[in-house]
Design a protein around this ligand. Sequence first.
Ligand SMILES: NC(=O)c1ccc[n+]([C@@H]2O[C@H](COP(=O)([O-])OP(=O)(O)OC[C@H]3O[C@@H](n4cnc5c(N)ncnc54)[C@H](O)[C@@H]3O)[C@@H](O)[C@H]2O)c1
Length: 483
Amino acid sequence: MPETTKRAKRKVRLGFITGLEISEVSAELSSIVPGRRVDDNAHIMLRFNNGAKGMMWVSMVAAGHMHGLRIRVYGEKGRRSNHGFSQHRRYRSMTRTIGIGVIGMGWMGEVHSRSYRAIPDRFHESGIFPRLVVCADQVEARAQAAQQRFGFERSTTDWRAVMADPTVEAVSVAAPNGMHLEINRAAAQAGKHILCEKPVGRDPQETIQSAAAAREAGVLTFAGYNYRWAPLVQYARQLIAEGKLGRMTHYHGRFLNGYAGDPNGFLSWRFEQEHGLGTLSDLMSHVIDMAHMLAGPITRVTSDQEIFIRRRPIPQAGSGTHYDAGSSEGPMGDVTNEDYVSALVHFESGTRGMLEACRVINGAKCDMSFEVHGTKGAIKWNMEHMNELQLQWRNDANPAEDGYTTLLSGPAHPYHGHFNPAWGLNLGYDDLKVIEAYNFLHSIVTRQQGEPGFAEAEAVARVQQAIIRSWESERWEAVESSS
Ligand SMILES: NC(=O)c1ccc[n+]([C@@H]2O[C@H](COP(=O)([O-])OP(=O)(O)OC[C@H]3O[C@@H](n4cnc5c(N)ncnc54)[C@H](O)[C@@H]3O)[C@@H](O)[C@H]2O)c1
Protein backbone atom coordinates (compact mmCIF):
# COMPACT_ATOMS: atom_id res chain seq x y z
CA MET A 1 0.00 0.00 0.00
CA PRO A 2 1.45 3.45 -0.86
CA GLU A 3 2.77 5.45 2.08
CA THR A 4 0.23 8.26 1.61
CA THR A 5 -2.68 5.82 1.92
CA LYS A 6 -1.37 4.43 5.18
CA ARG A 7 -1.07 7.92 6.58
CA ALA A 8 -4.54 8.87 5.41
CA LYS A 9 -6.08 5.80 7.05
CA ARG A 10 -4.48 6.70 10.36
CA LYS A 11 -5.84 10.23 10.04
CA VAL A 12 -9.42 9.16 9.44
CA ARG A 13 -9.41 6.61 12.25
CA LEU A 14 -8.37 9.33 14.71
CA GLY A 15 -11.22 11.67 13.79
CA PHE A 16 -14.89 11.93 14.73
CA ILE A 17 -17.69 13.35 12.56
CA THR A 18 -20.87 15.11 13.57
CA GLY A 19 -22.46 16.55 10.38
CA LEU A 20 -19.95 19.10 9.13
CA GLU A 21 -18.56 21.08 6.27
CA ILE A 22 -15.32 20.22 4.50
CA SER A 23 -12.81 23.02 5.03
CA GLU A 24 -9.61 21.61 3.46
CA VAL A 25 -8.86 19.05 0.75
CA SER A 26 -5.65 17.53 -0.54
CA ALA A 27 -5.56 14.85 -3.20
CA GLU A 28 -3.17 12.43 -4.80
CA LEU A 29 -3.83 10.86 -8.21
CA SER A 30 -2.22 7.61 -9.21
CA SER A 31 -2.51 4.73 -11.62
CA ILE A 32 -2.95 1.17 -10.42
CA VAL A 33 -2.74 -0.67 -13.72
CA PRO A 34 0.86 -0.61 -14.99
CA GLY A 35 1.35 1.24 -18.26
CA ARG A 36 -1.86 3.27 -18.09
CA ARG A 37 -1.45 6.84 -19.15
CA VAL A 38 -4.42 8.14 -17.21
CA ASP A 39 -4.99 8.24 -13.49
CA ASP A 40 -7.55 5.66 -12.49
CA ASN A 41 -7.21 6.08 -8.79
CA ALA A 42 -7.51 9.04 -6.39
CA HIS A 43 -6.89 9.40 -2.67
CA ILE A 44 -8.45 12.54 -1.24
CA MET A 45 -7.70 13.74 2.28
CA LEU A 46 -10.31 15.91 4.01
CA ARG A 47 -10.40 18.21 6.98
CA PHE A 48 -13.79 19.28 8.37
CA ASN A 49 -14.63 22.63 9.98
CA ASN A 50 -14.58 21.11 13.45
CA GLY A 51 -11.13 19.59 12.95
CA ALA A 52 -12.31 16.08 12.08
CA LYS A 53 -10.37 14.36 9.33
CA GLY A 54 -11.45 12.06 6.57
CA MET A 55 -10.32 10.18 3.53
CA MET A 56 -12.03 9.31 0.25
CA TRP A 57 -10.70 6.70 -2.12
CA VAL A 58 -12.16 6.74 -5.62
CA SER A 59 -11.02 4.14 -8.14
CA MET A 60 -12.16 3.06 -11.59
CA VAL A 61 -10.15 -0.10 -11.19
CA ALA A 62 -11.13 -1.21 -7.72
CA ALA A 63 -14.78 -0.75 -8.65
CA GLY A 64 -14.22 -3.80 -10.85
CA HIS A 65 -14.00 -5.83 -7.66
CA MET A 66 -17.56 -4.71 -7.04
CA HIS A 67 -16.88 -3.14 -3.66
CA GLY A 68 -19.13 -0.26 -4.59
CA LEU A 69 -19.79 2.60 -2.22
CA ARG A 70 -18.51 2.09 1.31
CA ILE A 71 -18.79 4.65 4.07
CA ARG A 72 -17.31 4.36 7.56
CA VAL A 73 -17.75 7.02 10.20
CA TYR A 74 -15.70 6.95 13.40
CA GLY A 75 -16.84 8.72 16.57
CA GLU A 76 -16.00 8.78 20.22
CA LYS A 77 -18.43 5.95 20.91
CA GLY A 78 -17.48 3.67 18.06
CA ARG A 79 -17.80 3.11 14.32
CA ARG A 80 -20.79 3.11 11.93
CA SER A 81 -20.70 1.80 8.38
CA ASN A 82 -23.18 1.62 5.52
CA HIS A 83 -23.70 -2.13 5.83
CA GLY A 84 -27.27 -1.33 6.77
CA PHE A 85 -28.01 0.04 3.23
CA SER A 86 -30.68 -1.87 1.39
CA GLN A 87 -29.52 -4.35 -1.27
CA HIS A 88 -31.03 -2.08 -3.91
CA ARG A 89 -29.04 0.98 -2.79
CA ARG A 90 -25.84 -1.05 -2.58
CA TYR A 91 -26.34 -2.61 -6.00
CA ARG A 92 -27.06 0.70 -7.68
CA SER A 93 -23.92 2.15 -6.23
CA MET A 94 -21.69 -0.50 -7.86
CA THR A 95 -20.40 0.58 -11.21
CA ARG A 96 -17.92 -1.09 -13.45
CA THR A 97 -16.44 1.13 -16.13
CA ILE A 98 -15.13 -0.66 -19.21
CA GLY A 99 -13.05 1.24 -21.78
CA ILE A 100 -14.29 0.51 -25.33
CA GLY A 101 -12.66 0.80 -28.75
CA VAL A 102 -14.72 0.26 -31.93
CA ILE A 103 -13.00 -0.53 -35.24
CA GLY A 104 -14.80 0.05 -38.56
CA MET A 105 -17.41 2.82 -38.32
CA GLY A 106 -19.76 1.65 -41.09
CA TRP A 107 -23.18 0.24 -40.34
CA MET A 108 -22.12 -2.22 -37.64
CA GLY A 109 -19.59 0.11 -35.98
CA GLU A 110 -22.39 2.60 -35.50
CA VAL A 111 -24.77 -0.05 -34.18
CA HIS A 112 -22.17 -1.34 -31.68
CA SER A 113 -21.43 2.20 -30.46
CA ARG A 114 -25.13 2.97 -30.02
CA SER A 115 -25.59 -0.34 -28.19
CA TYR A 116 -22.83 0.35 -25.67
CA ARG A 117 -24.37 3.73 -24.96
CA ALA A 118 -27.73 2.08 -24.26
CA ILE A 119 -26.41 -0.36 -21.62
CA PRO A 120 -26.41 2.02 -18.61
CA ASP A 121 -30.06 2.69 -19.49
CA ARG A 122 -31.45 -0.71 -20.57
CA PHE A 123 -29.35 -2.74 -18.12
CA HIS A 124 -28.94 -0.03 -15.48
CA GLU A 125 -29.16 -2.49 -12.59
CA SER A 126 -25.98 -4.18 -13.86
CA GLY A 127 -23.85 -1.15 -12.99
CA ILE A 128 -21.95 -1.65 -16.25
CA PHE A 129 -20.76 1.64 -17.71
CA PRO A 130 -19.09 1.46 -21.14
CA ARG A 131 -16.66 4.33 -21.59
CA LEU A 132 -16.39 5.06 -25.33
CA VAL A 133 -12.66 5.73 -25.61
CA VAL A 134 -11.77 5.53 -29.29
CA CYS A 135 -13.31 4.74 -32.67
CA ALA A 136 -11.28 3.86 -35.78
CA ASP A 137 -12.03 3.98 -39.48
CA GLN A 138 -9.68 4.25 -42.40
CA VAL A 139 -11.95 6.96 -43.80
CA GLU A 140 -11.10 9.90 -41.55
CA ALA A 141 -14.42 11.69 -42.05
CA ARG A 142 -16.28 8.55 -40.93
CA ALA A 143 -14.10 8.17 -37.83
CA GLN A 144 -14.57 11.82 -36.88
CA ALA A 145 -18.30 11.80 -37.55
CA ALA A 146 -18.69 8.71 -35.34
CA GLN A 147 -16.64 10.33 -32.58
CA GLN A 148 -18.95 13.33 -32.53
CA ARG A 149 -22.12 11.36 -32.94
CA PHE A 150 -21.52 8.77 -30.23
CA GLY A 151 -19.27 10.76 -27.89
CA PHE A 152 -16.00 8.82 -28.21
CA GLU A 153 -13.11 10.57 -26.46
CA ARG A 154 -11.09 10.43 -29.68
CA SER A 155 -10.98 8.96 -33.18
CA THR A 156 -8.22 7.55 -35.35
CA THR A 157 -7.60 6.24 -38.86
CA ASP A 158 -5.12 3.70 -37.50
CA TRP A 159 -6.88 0.75 -35.84
CA ARG A 160 -3.57 -0.33 -34.24
CA ALA A 161 -3.74 2.79 -32.07
CA VAL A 162 -6.80 1.20 -30.43
CA MET A 163 -4.68 -1.77 -29.34
CA ALA A 164 -1.94 0.49 -27.99
CA ASP A 165 -4.36 2.38 -25.74
CA PRO A 166 -4.18 1.00 -22.19
CA THR A 167 -7.55 2.49 -21.28
CA VAL A 168 -9.27 0.25 -23.85
CA GLU A 169 -10.30 -3.00 -22.19
CA ALA A 170 -12.67 -4.33 -24.86
CA VAL A 171 -12.87 -3.89 -28.63
CA SER A 172 -15.66 -4.25 -31.14
CA VAL A 173 -14.44 -5.46 -34.52
CA ALA A 174 -16.80 -4.15 -37.20
CA ALA A 175 -14.36 -3.79 -40.10
CA PRO A 176 -14.68 -5.86 -43.30
CA ASN A 177 -14.37 -9.63 -42.84
CA GLY A 178 -10.93 -9.82 -44.47
CA MET A 179 -9.45 -7.79 -41.60
CA HIS A 180 -11.00 -9.72 -38.72
CA LEU A 181 -8.18 -12.20 -38.11
CA GLU A 182 -5.44 -9.56 -38.14
CA ILE A 183 -7.40 -7.30 -35.78
CA ASN A 184 -8.45 -10.19 -33.52
CA ARG A 185 -4.87 -11.38 -33.22
CA ALA A 186 -3.61 -7.90 -32.35
CA ALA A 187 -6.42 -7.43 -29.83
CA ALA A 188 -5.73 -10.79 -28.19
CA GLN A 189 -1.99 -10.03 -27.97
CA ALA A 190 -2.80 -6.66 -26.39
CA GLY A 191 -5.01 -8.44 -23.81
CA LYS A 192 -8.25 -6.83 -25.02
CA HIS A 193 -11.54 -8.70 -24.81
CA ILE A 194 -13.14 -8.97 -28.25
CA LEU A 195 -16.66 -8.67 -29.66
CA CYS A 196 -16.16 -9.52 -33.34
CA GLU A 197 -18.85 -9.25 -35.94
CA LYS A 198 -19.57 -12.46 -37.79
CA PRO A 199 -17.85 -14.01 -39.58
CA VAL A 200 -14.89 -14.01 -37.21
CA GLY A 201 -12.48 -14.50 -40.15
CA ARG A 202 -12.30 -14.01 -43.92
CA ASP A 203 -12.90 -17.75 -44.32
CA PRO A 204 -13.48 -20.68 -41.95
CA GLN A 205 -9.76 -21.27 -41.50
CA GLU A 206 -9.25 -17.68 -40.34
CA THR A 207 -12.15 -17.98 -37.91
CA ILE A 208 -10.49 -21.05 -36.41
CA GLN A 209 -7.21 -19.09 -36.18
CA SER A 210 -9.01 -16.17 -34.46
CA ALA A 211 -10.43 -18.62 -31.91
CA ALA A 212 -6.96 -20.09 -31.29
CA ALA A 213 -5.40 -16.63 -30.82
CA ALA A 214 -8.03 -15.63 -28.27
CA ARG A 215 -7.75 -18.96 -26.45
CA GLU A 216 -3.96 -18.69 -26.21
CA ALA A 217 -4.13 -15.09 -24.95
CA GLY A 218 -6.88 -15.95 -22.45
CA VAL A 219 -9.13 -13.06 -23.51
CA LEU A 220 -12.92 -13.26 -23.50
CA THR A 221 -14.71 -13.26 -26.82
CA PHE A 222 -18.14 -12.72 -28.31
CA ALA A 223 -19.44 -13.13 -31.87
CA GLY A 224 -22.16 -11.03 -33.50
CA TYR A 225 -24.80 -13.73 -33.92
CA ASN A 226 -27.44 -11.26 -32.81
CA TYR A 227 -30.57 -13.14 -33.89
CA ARG A 228 -30.04 -15.43 -30.91
CA TRP A 229 -31.01 -12.57 -28.63
CA ALA A 230 -34.62 -12.06 -29.73
CA PRO A 231 -36.70 -12.66 -26.57
CA LEU A 232 -38.89 -15.23 -28.33
CA VAL A 233 -35.86 -17.06 -29.76
CA GLN A 234 -34.49 -17.34 -26.23
CA TYR A 235 -37.89 -18.56 -25.12
CA ALA A 236 -38.00 -21.15 -27.93
CA ARG A 237 -34.57 -22.31 -26.78
CA GLN A 238 -35.93 -22.79 -23.26
CA LEU A 239 -38.93 -24.80 -24.50
CA ILE A 240 -36.69 -27.08 -26.56
CA ALA A 241 -34.19 -27.54 -23.71
CA GLU A 242 -37.05 -28.45 -21.34
CA GLY A 243 -38.11 -31.19 -23.77
CA LYS A 244 -41.50 -29.61 -24.49
CA LEU A 245 -41.27 -30.54 -28.19
CA GLY A 246 -40.38 -34.16 -27.44
CA ARG A 247 -37.70 -35.69 -29.67
CA MET A 248 -36.68 -33.27 -32.42
CA THR A 249 -37.14 -34.80 -35.85
CA HIS A 250 -36.62 -32.00 -38.37
CA TYR A 251 -35.05 -28.53 -38.40
CA HIS A 252 -35.47 -25.98 -41.19
CA GLY A 253 -33.36 -22.81 -41.00
CA ARG A 254 -32.90 -20.10 -43.59
CA PHE A 255 -31.81 -16.53 -44.19
CA LEU A 256 -33.32 -15.09 -47.36
CA ASN A 257 -32.38 -11.42 -47.60
CA GLY A 258 -32.51 -9.38 -50.78
CA TYR A 259 -29.94 -6.79 -49.69
CA ALA A 260 -27.94 -7.41 -52.87
CA GLY A 261 -30.92 -7.94 -55.16
CA ASP A 262 -30.26 -4.66 -57.04
CA PRO A 263 -27.80 -5.55 -59.86
CA ASN A 264 -26.41 -2.00 -59.48
CA GLY A 265 -25.57 -2.57 -55.83
CA PHE A 266 -21.86 -1.70 -55.55
CA LEU A 267 -19.19 -4.35 -55.88
CA SER A 268 -18.15 -3.79 -52.24
CA TRP A 269 -15.77 -6.09 -50.31
CA ARG A 270 -18.74 -8.36 -49.67
CA PHE A 271 -18.73 -9.66 -53.26
CA GLU A 272 -14.99 -10.37 -53.61
CA GLN A 273 -13.45 -13.70 -52.72
CA GLU A 274 -10.18 -12.02 -51.71
CA HIS A 275 -12.09 -10.37 -48.82
CA GLY A 276 -13.88 -13.56 -47.87
CA LEU A 277 -16.74 -15.90 -48.65
CA GLY A 278 -20.10 -14.59 -49.85
CA THR A 279 -23.45 -15.72 -48.53
CA LEU A 280 -21.92 -18.69 -46.74
CA SER A 281 -20.15 -16.23 -44.41
CA ASP A 282 -22.55 -13.39 -44.39
CA LEU A 283 -25.98 -14.98 -43.97
CA MET A 284 -25.47 -18.73 -43.64
CA SER A 285 -23.22 -18.23 -40.58
CA HIS A 286 -26.26 -16.89 -38.68
CA VAL A 287 -28.34 -19.86 -39.87
CA ILE A 288 -25.75 -22.43 -38.76
CA ASP A 289 -25.25 -20.74 -35.39
CA MET A 290 -28.99 -20.66 -34.76
CA ALA A 291 -29.29 -24.33 -35.75
CA HIS A 292 -26.46 -25.25 -33.37
CA MET A 293 -28.06 -23.32 -30.52
CA LEU A 294 -31.51 -24.86 -30.99
CA ALA A 295 -30.82 -28.34 -32.36
CA GLY A 296 -27.24 -29.12 -31.31
CA PRO A 297 -24.11 -29.84 -33.34
CA ILE A 298 -24.26 -30.57 -37.09
CA THR A 299 -22.22 -33.63 -38.05
CA ARG A 300 -22.72 -34.10 -41.84
CA VAL A 301 -23.66 -31.89 -44.78
CA THR A 302 -24.24 -31.91 -48.50
CA SER A 303 -24.46 -28.52 -50.16
CA ASP A 304 -24.97 -26.47 -53.33
CA GLN A 305 -24.19 -22.84 -54.28
CA GLU A 306 -24.59 -20.31 -57.11
CA ILE A 307 -23.73 -16.73 -58.18
CA PHE A 308 -26.87 -15.16 -59.72
CA ILE A 309 -25.61 -11.59 -60.35
CA ARG A 310 -22.16 -11.95 -61.88
CA ARG A 311 -21.08 -8.30 -62.45
CA ARG A 312 -21.57 -5.13 -60.37
CA PRO A 313 -20.50 -1.43 -60.50
CA ILE A 314 -17.12 -0.69 -58.92
CA PRO A 315 -17.47 1.79 -56.00
CA GLN A 316 -15.32 4.88 -55.46
CA ALA A 317 -13.04 4.98 -52.42
CA GLY A 318 -14.88 6.00 -49.26
CA SER A 319 -18.33 5.15 -50.68
CA GLY A 320 -20.12 1.86 -50.98
CA THR A 321 -21.19 0.61 -47.59
CA HIS A 322 -23.72 -2.17 -47.27
CA TYR A 323 -26.73 -0.77 -49.16
CA ASP A 324 -25.18 1.77 -51.56
CA ALA A 325 -25.82 1.40 -55.31
CA GLY A 326 -24.05 2.75 -58.43
CA SER A 327 -24.83 2.56 -62.14
CA SER A 328 -24.10 0.05 -64.89
CA GLU A 329 -22.88 2.99 -67.05
CA GLY A 330 -19.56 3.14 -65.14
CA PRO A 331 -16.80 0.56 -64.59
CA MET A 332 -18.02 -2.93 -63.65
CA GLY A 333 -16.26 -5.84 -61.94
CA ASP A 334 -16.83 -9.57 -61.36
CA VAL A 335 -18.63 -10.99 -58.33
CA THR A 336 -16.32 -13.76 -57.13
CA ASN A 337 -18.18 -15.30 -54.21
CA GLU A 338 -21.52 -17.08 -53.85
CA ASP A 339 -24.96 -15.39 -53.76
CA TYR A 340 -26.82 -18.57 -52.77
CA VAL A 341 -26.11 -21.62 -50.57
CA SER A 342 -28.29 -24.56 -49.60
CA ALA A 343 -27.44 -27.57 -47.45
CA LEU A 344 -29.00 -30.77 -46.19
CA VAL A 345 -27.63 -31.53 -42.72
CA HIS A 346 -27.59 -34.25 -40.06
CA PHE A 347 -27.44 -33.23 -36.42
CA GLU A 348 -25.63 -35.27 -33.77
CA SER A 349 -29.02 -35.99 -32.16
CA GLY A 350 -30.26 -37.70 -35.32
CA THR A 351 -32.43 -34.72 -36.27
CA ARG A 352 -32.48 -34.02 -40.00
CA GLY A 353 -32.27 -30.50 -41.35
CA MET A 354 -32.36 -28.16 -44.34
CA LEU A 355 -30.52 -24.83 -44.37
CA GLU A 356 -30.65 -22.15 -47.06
CA ALA A 357 -29.35 -18.59 -47.52
CA CYS A 358 -29.53 -16.09 -50.37
CA ARG A 359 -28.56 -12.40 -50.68
CA VAL A 360 -30.14 -11.52 -54.05
CA ILE A 361 -33.66 -12.86 -53.53
CA ASN A 362 -36.85 -10.96 -54.37
CA GLY A 363 -39.80 -11.09 -52.00
CA ALA A 364 -38.11 -11.93 -48.71
CA LYS A 365 -36.56 -8.95 -46.94
CA CYS A 366 -35.11 -10.41 -43.76
CA ASP A 367 -36.41 -13.97 -43.65
CA MET A 368 -33.97 -15.20 -41.01
CA SER A 369 -36.17 -17.95 -39.70
CA PHE A 370 -36.44 -21.45 -38.30
CA GLU A 371 -39.01 -24.19 -38.01
CA VAL A 372 -38.39 -26.90 -35.44
CA HIS A 373 -40.47 -30.06 -35.45
CA GLY A 374 -40.58 -32.52 -32.55
CA THR A 375 -42.66 -35.55 -31.62
CA LYS A 376 -44.89 -33.45 -29.34
CA GLY A 377 -45.09 -30.14 -31.19
CA ALA A 378 -43.47 -27.53 -33.39
CA ILE A 379 -42.14 -23.96 -33.26
CA LYS A 380 -41.75 -21.35 -36.02
CA TRP A 381 -40.01 -17.96 -35.82
CA ASN A 382 -39.08 -15.38 -38.45
CA MET A 383 -37.09 -12.17 -37.97
CA GLU A 384 -39.57 -10.36 -40.23
CA HIS A 385 -42.05 -10.91 -37.35
CA MET A 386 -39.47 -10.88 -34.59
CA ASN A 387 -41.96 -10.35 -31.78
CA GLU A 388 -44.13 -13.35 -32.68
CA LEU A 389 -43.60 -17.05 -32.00
CA GLN A 390 -45.75 -19.75 -33.60
CA LEU A 391 -46.29 -22.75 -31.32
CA GLN A 392 -48.09 -26.00 -31.96
CA TRP A 393 -48.71 -28.72 -29.35
CA ARG A 394 -50.01 -32.09 -30.53
CA ASN A 395 -53.62 -32.35 -29.39
CA ASP A 396 -54.93 -35.88 -30.09
CA ALA A 397 -57.81 -35.37 -27.66
CA ASN A 398 -59.12 -32.41 -29.62
CA PRO A 399 -57.72 -32.32 -33.18
CA ALA A 400 -60.00 -29.36 -33.89
CA GLU A 401 -57.65 -27.24 -31.78
CA ASP A 402 -54.41 -28.78 -32.97
CA GLY A 403 -52.58 -26.09 -34.94
CA TYR A 404 -50.20 -23.19 -34.66
CA THR A 405 -51.06 -20.43 -32.22
CA THR A 406 -49.16 -17.14 -31.94
CA LEU A 407 -47.41 -15.76 -28.86
CA LEU A 408 -46.51 -12.07 -28.74
CA SER A 409 -43.31 -10.97 -27.06
CA GLY A 410 -43.76 -9.64 -23.54
CA PRO A 411 -42.05 -9.16 -20.20
CA ALA A 412 -42.32 -12.89 -19.35
CA HIS A 413 -39.88 -13.62 -22.17
CA PRO A 414 -36.12 -13.19 -21.67
CA TYR A 415 -34.83 -9.58 -21.94
CA HIS A 416 -38.11 -8.04 -23.15
CA GLY A 417 -38.67 -6.26 -19.83
CA HIS A 418 -35.41 -4.35 -20.25
CA PHE A 419 -37.02 -2.47 -23.12
CA ASN A 420 -40.63 -2.04 -22.04
CA PRO A 421 -43.05 -3.53 -19.49
CA ALA A 422 -45.84 -4.36 -21.93
CA TRP A 423 -47.02 -7.35 -23.94
CA GLY A 424 -47.06 -6.85 -27.68
CA LEU A 425 -44.96 -3.67 -27.68
CA ASN A 426 -42.23 -4.60 -30.08
CA LEU A 427 -38.46 -4.73 -29.83
CA GLY A 428 -36.35 -4.18 -32.97
CA TYR A 429 -33.06 -5.27 -34.52
CA ASP A 430 -30.95 -2.67 -32.69
CA ASP A 431 -32.32 -3.90 -29.37
CA LEU A 432 -30.81 -7.33 -30.12
CA LYS A 433 -27.42 -5.65 -30.48
CA VAL A 434 -27.92 -3.95 -27.09
CA ILE A 435 -28.61 -7.35 -25.51
CA GLU A 436 -25.54 -8.75 -27.29
CA ALA A 437 -23.28 -5.90 -26.12
CA TYR A 438 -24.62 -6.26 -22.59
CA ASN A 439 -23.91 -10.00 -22.53
CA PHE A 440 -20.40 -9.36 -23.83
CA LEU A 441 -19.63 -6.78 -21.12
CA HIS A 442 -21.35 -8.91 -18.48
CA SER A 443 -18.97 -11.75 -19.36
CA ILE A 444 -16.06 -9.34 -18.77
CA VAL A 445 -17.42 -8.23 -15.40
CA THR A 446 -17.99 -11.82 -14.27
CA ARG A 447 -14.82 -13.04 -16.01
CA GLN A 448 -16.79 -15.92 -17.50
CA GLN A 449 -16.77 -16.75 -21.19
CA GLY A 450 -20.29 -16.30 -22.55
CA GLU A 451 -22.04 -17.68 -25.63
CA PRO A 452 -21.77 -17.15 -28.53
CA GLY A 453 -18.01 -16.68 -28.27
CA PHE A 454 -15.28 -17.61 -30.72
CA ALA A 455 -15.73 -21.30 -29.77
CA GLU A 456 -19.27 -21.15 -31.19
CA ALA A 457 -17.91 -19.24 -34.24
CA GLU A 458 -15.36 -22.02 -34.72
CA ALA A 459 -18.16 -24.61 -34.61
CA VAL A 460 -19.90 -22.65 -37.39
CA ALA A 461 -16.62 -22.50 -39.35
CA ARG A 462 -16.21 -26.29 -39.16
CA VAL A 463 -19.64 -26.72 -40.78
CA GLN A 464 -18.72 -24.13 -43.43
CA GLN A 465 -15.56 -26.09 -44.22
CA ALA A 466 -17.61 -29.23 -44.76
CA ILE A 467 -20.03 -27.26 -46.97
CA ILE A 468 -17.14 -26.02 -49.15
CA ARG A 469 -15.76 -29.55 -49.41
CA SER A 470 -19.20 -30.70 -50.51
CA TRP A 471 -19.27 -28.05 -53.30
CA GLU A 472 -16.12 -29.66 -54.64
CA SER A 473 -16.95 -33.33 -54.05
CA GLU A 474 -20.73 -33.06 -54.68
CA ARG A 475 -21.13 -35.59 -51.84
CA TRP A 476 -22.00 -35.73 -48.15
CA GLU A 477 -19.08 -34.47 -46.05
CA ALA A 478 -18.40 -35.00 -42.34
CA VAL A 479 -17.94 -31.96 -40.07
CA GLU A 480 -14.60 -32.05 -38.26
CA SER A 481 -14.76 -31.50 -34.53
CA SER A 482 -13.53 -28.23 -33.03
CA SER A 483 -10.10 -27.97 -31.39
N1 LIG B 1 -24.58 -9.23 -37.24
C1 LIG B 1 -25.20 -8.61 -38.21
O1 LIG B 1 -26.43 -8.59 -38.29
C2 LIG B 1 -24.37 -7.89 -39.24
C3 LIG B 1 -25.00 -7.03 -40.17
C4 LIG B 1 -24.18 -6.36 -41.07
C5 LIG B 1 -22.82 -6.56 -41.08
N2 LIG B 1 -22.25 -7.43 -40.17
C6 LIG B 1 -20.80 -7.64 -40.15
O2 LIG B 1 -20.21 -6.45 -39.66
C7 LIG B 1 -18.96 -6.21 -40.32
C8 LIG B 1 -19.00 -4.83 -40.96
O3 LIG B 1 -20.09 -4.78 -41.85
P1 LIG B 1 -20.78 -3.36 -42.23
O4 LIG B 1 -22.06 -3.69 -42.87
O5 LIG B 1 -20.79 -2.48 -41.05
O6 LIG B 1 -19.74 -2.87 -43.31
P2 LIG B 1 -19.49 -1.39 -43.82
O7 LIG B 1 -18.85 -1.54 -45.14
O8 LIG B 1 -20.73 -0.56 -43.66
O9 LIG B 1 -18.43 -0.81 -42.77
C9 LIG B 1 -17.11 -1.25 -42.71
C10 LIG B 1 -16.29 -0.07 -42.23
O10 LIG B 1 -14.95 -0.52 -42.03
C11 LIG B 1 -14.10 0.53 -42.48
N3 LIG B 1 -12.78 0.03 -42.75
C12 LIG B 1 -12.32 -0.59 -43.87
N4 LIG B 1 -10.99 -0.82 -43.76
C13 LIG B 1 -10.62 -0.33 -42.56
C14 LIG B 1 -9.36 -0.23 -41.87
N5 LIG B 1 -8.23 -0.68 -42.42
N6 LIG B 1 -9.34 0.33 -40.64
C15 LIG B 1 -10.48 0.80 -40.08
N7 LIG B 1 -11.68 0.77 -40.71
C16 LIG B 1 -11.74 0.20 -41.92
C17 LIG B 1 -14.82 1.08 -43.70
O11 LIG B 1 -14.35 2.38 -44.05
C18 LIG B 1 -16.26 1.08 -43.23
O12 LIG B 1 -16.60 2.30 -42.58
C19 LIG B 1 -18.79 -7.36 -41.30
O13 LIG B 1 -17.99 -8.35 -40.73
C20 LIG B 1 -20.20 -7.89 -41.51
O14 LIG B 1 -20.24 -9.26 -41.85
C21 LIG B 1 -23.01 -8.08 -39.27
